[in-house]
Design a protein around this ligand. Structure first.
Ligand code: XMP
Length: 509
């Protein structure tokens, strides 16, 4: 395995993904990780990530410099390079010319990191500091127009440092460089596959759970479905899934999911029809946070009541992913306040005195999809766009009523049909409609109308932390708008949301 030290770069998850794409397992830890823990993990190599700080600043993040005495190969990237240079006796200072964006790299010293790479290639820079003096034993290995030491190395000790970011796609030969570090320098083996993961995880779950019972909240999303499959594989009928239909799902969604789960997954599932309870609790509530809190509470009550019927359950399984774990404890990057209030069963383990099983906690979304596919989950489920726990309630701005739910469901169904037909469903992180609490004047036939407005939201994203509004073709937007206005009663205007996250969020509430 490879250990990645998180100095707060927005790209550290990308480093991990690149390493795993090479078939090598890795984890991300904060710089405060104790040396004993590193020895215990016994990584084949360590990657020091970039970060927003400058090493010469007073409170810049540092790790124990003893990391360089472990005899383990180290690759420093950007801030990670500066930390390495500084800790080993070099000097880093502000550079007269900041460098952001593309640059041409010229390799001056071949070494294992650059094996089979062209002398010149495009790299992506983002820094305002430079190496003034190299530490003893180091030599410069590459430069760009503005940066004399764009790469440095001490091959005898297996220390390498890059000023640019090999993990981003803009660095054309970045992946081969990381590949070289893993296989030429660290001697890693390509043994991180979803098959190996499944084998190991199933064994671990079986050992941990023993003969006890496990409960899982099935939402129909890919994460909870894959979690259910893994646990089912490990402990079979000791797993009971609970599917709560909160009445806030998309058109025909509950029925479709029931069919898939029952027919194809052969899981032990309890369906709870609680739509009325949710709607009643939401009567006359328009404040987004109140809606979320109410939905969260009703969900917990309903879930707990159902779970209590399963006597002797000791475990609660959740489909928490690695980004959630990193976000909630990141030392310098994501502040801890980002812990999502989304986790609908977040408070349950404590309340019900259940122990957590989170078999996906070291996986990224793309890995979960791969795993689901490999375990035989239908393409439809594997590629489902995320759908928020509070459902359509947070896509109906203002009061949630049966009538407004019906309008939004119809709009949403048309939208998804068109998005799918145009081949955009998988390319988009999410695509959905929002029903606004506004009416506008229109004309239909010869009559005046005064009806609802819906907004279409379509975004691209890797992990929902940031997102871009999707540049959907005008003819597709036109068709969507036409069909919605013609086919859905009560809507006479469609608008397209062209805001990115940040500063907007993906959902409107
Ligand atoms: P925002 O709106 O914060 O959403 O940009 C980020 C991602 O999270 C989803 N989301 C939720 N998922 N329960 C969930 O399970 C929730 O309460 C919730 N709120 C937002 C949202 O759809 C997007 O993918």
């Amino acid at each position: 395995m490879i250990l990645i030290i998180d100095f707060g770069s927005q790209f550290n998850q990308l480093i991990a993904r690149r390493v795993r794409e090479c078939g090598v397992y890795c984890i991300i830890e904060p710089p405060t990780i104790p040396m004993d823990r590193i020895r215990e993990l016994d990584p084949k190599g360590i990657i020091l990530s970039g970060g927003p700080a400058s090493i010469y600043e007073k409170n810049s993040p540092r790790m124990d410099a003893a990391v360089f005495d472990l005899g383990i190969p180290v690759l420093g990237i950007c801030y990670g390079m500066h930390f390495m240079m500084d800790a080993l006796g070099g000097t880093v200072k502000p550079s007269p010319k900041r460098e952001y964006g593309f640059a041409e790299l010229l390799i001056s010293q071949p070494g294992p990191l650059f094996k089979s790479l062209p002398e010149r290639s495009q790299v992506w820079m983002s820094h305002g500091d430079e190496i003034a003096d190299l530490p003893p034993g180091f030599q410069a290995a590459a430069c760009t127009d503005n940066t004399l030491v764009a790469a440095a190395m001490d091959p005898a000790r297996n220390f390498f440092a890059l000023q640019f970011h090999p993990e981003v796609a803009h660095t054309r030969k970045g992946k081969p460089m990381l590949h070289n570090f893993l296989f030429e320098v660290c001697g890693c083996k390509r043994n991180w596959t979803m098959k190996a993961f499944t084998r190991r995880t199933v064994k671990e779950i079986a050992q941990a759970v023993g003969r006890d019972k496990v409960i899982l909240g099935l939402s129909g999303g890919v994460d909870s479905s894959v979690t259910a499959m893994l646990i089912h594989k490990a402990v079979g009928s000791q797993l009971t899934c609970i599917f709560v239909d909160n009445g806030l799902l998309r058109k025909d969604e509950a029925a479709k999911l029931k069919k898939v789960f029952k027919e194809h997954l052969q899981l032990n599932i309890r369906f709870v029809n609680a739509g009325r309870q949710f709607l009643k609790a939401l009567t006359q509530v328009s404040d987004p946070e109140k809606k979320r809190k109410i939905i969260g509470k009703v969900f917990m009550d309903v879930f707990e009541a159902e779970a209590n019927k399963i006597k002797g359950a000791k475990y609660l399984a959740q489909g928490t992913l690695y980004p959630d774990i990193i976000e909630s404890r990141s030392a310098f990057g994501g502040p801890t306040s980002v812990i999502k209030s989304h986790h609908n069963v977040g408070g349950l383990p404590k309340r019900m005195k259940l122990k957590l099983v989170e078999p996906l906690q070291y996986l990224f979304k793309d890995e979960v999809r791969k795993l689901g596919k490999q375990m035989g989950l239908s393409e439809d489920l594997v590629w489902r766009q995320p759908f928020p726990g509070p459902g359509l309630a947070i896509r109906i701005i203002g009061n949630v009523t049966t009538g407004r739910l019906k309008v939004l469901r119809e709009v949403d169904a048309v939208l998804l049909e068109e998005i799918r037909a145009a081949g955009y469903y998988r390319k988009l992180w999410q695509s959905f409609a929002v029903l606004l609490p506004l009416k506008s004047v229109g004309i239909m036939g010869d009559s005046r109308t005064y009806e609802n407005i819906v907004a279409i939201r379509a975004v691209t994203s890797k992990d929902a932390m940031t997102a871009d509004w999707a540049k959907l073709p005008h003819h597709l937007l036109g068709r969507i708008s036409n069909r919605i206005i013609n086919e859905v009663r009560g809507v006479n205007r469609v608008v397209y949301d062209i805001s990115s996250k940040p500063p907007s969020t993906i959902e409107w509430e």
